[in-house]
Design a protein around this ligand. Sequence first.
Ligand SMILES: Nc1nc2cc(Br)ccc2s1
Length: 242
Amino acid sequence: MRIDVVTIFPGYLAPLREALLGRAVGTGLLDIAVHDLRDWTHDVHQAVDDAPYGGGPGMVMRPHVWGEALDDVLAADPRPARLVVPTPAGRPFTQAAAHAYAAQERLVFACGRYEGIDQRVVDHYAASMPVDEISIGDYVLVGGEVAVLVVVEAVARLLPGVLGNPRSAAEDSFSDGLLEGPAYTRPEVWRGHAVPEVLRSGNHGAIARWRRDRALERTAERRPDLIAALPPDALDEADRAL
Ligand SMILES: Nc1nc2cc(Br)ccc2s1
């Protein structure tokens, strides 16, 4: 997979070269290119924003700079690409979306700042390619760069060969529609807190049941919306007895 990121703060994307993602790049599983939007400005001030039509606070990112940048970035690789624009006004980015993105050959991220990117940029490219305006949560950041770090990590870890143990991704939170339950490791007792006995029993059926029960309890308490969204056949009789 190739990932391109266009931003006015390339340094914000430095973490993509670290640890798990850095190894994925090093082994060729992932190809990441970060581009400075200001490279496509032509004025001495390298202006990328201007006042909003209709008035209002803040500034809006100029369409012609983005158009020149995205034209060049998209032309740099023949693989079909999906343009992803993080914005607080976007559709929620979910684990299901991460799986869908992991199947893409190429993702191009446009990092907005200020009050966002002139809407005509999204409208223009949406006429010729898939474009997603996505949100990583109901809060407002200062720019899209941090959202790109979140999305790229959620997607890259799903690529075959990136995680040491592929079962980790298969048994993620949300993989079965539920939150993951609690996890424990040695010692058996820590500051008077003991590991639940069932986890030390060696009874794999009882352990699986216990883990499912804890996941259901945690999900019902913290994310009842996920319980409501489960397909009718998702809960078995033992689940319902909880
Ligand atoms: N939650 C999010 N906040 C922001 C702010 C800007 Br400015 C650009 C993208 C995003 S995604």
